[in-house]
Write a new protein. Sequence first.
Length: 169
Amino acid sequence: MENVMKNSGFYRLFLHELKGIYWLECNWITALEEMKALAASEELTVTFRKHHVVNQKAVHSLTRLFDQLEEPVPQIRYAFADGLIADVRQMLTDTGNDGMVRDAGLIIAAQKVAHYTIAAYGSLVTFARIMDHQQAEQLLQQLLDDKKNSDAELTALAENYINLKAVQA
């Protein structure tokens, strides 16, 4: 990437968004551990275990991307990410120990984060393409695809099993 582009406002916006998604991915790993432990159904536990691996991969990939961009890995907090995680924790408090209802809520919480990350990665892919940073574009596209797959998996689990059990609880 040319230095001219690296000094542009557009690049700074790209970097800001990249730092934000990095912060969310790092914190989401911890939240997924908590959610996995609280899931009532084995199917949701397995799904969260897979998503945990996807998130670890995302953090590793984003760390590599910061290295490629010759940018430091961010060490600052991003309020929107903290807010999403806080929403997950509040949902857990609100649903208490009602197993399948809580599982339905866990899926909603996970999908809120998934939808945010899909939007963020989609924008980042476009930005990387516009800046002609092909390596970043490919890496971010893979992360976007992973998030879309995770979201589809959660939707199928909710629609075909969890929500049906939750409504009967």
